[in-house]
Design a protein around this ligand. Structure first.
Ligand code: ZN
Length: 67
């Protein structure tokens, strides 16, 4: 599915910039239907947390986690 490429890219972009509402909607609609993208999100979250731990940089806010 071409859509997965788009979604994973948005998930990655979300680490660096704020996504638009439309982009979040696309993600939220897609993730429940796609274990591949859910796994991808989980992985990049872990990677980001690991990077924070290593660098000691504390960033505030940002990604939504209101599940
Ligand atoms: Zn997908």
């Amino acid at each position: 599915m071409g859509k997965c490429k788009n979604i994973t890219r948005l998930l990655s972009d979300a680490l660096d910039r704020s996504l638009t509402t439309g982009e979040w909607v696309a993600i939220r609609l897609h993730l429940p239907t796609c274990s591949g993208c859910r796994n991808y999100r989980k992985q990049i979250r872990l990677l980001r947390e690991a990077a924070h731990t290593i660098s000691g940089i504390s960033t505030s806010g940002g990604a939504s986690g209101d599940d």
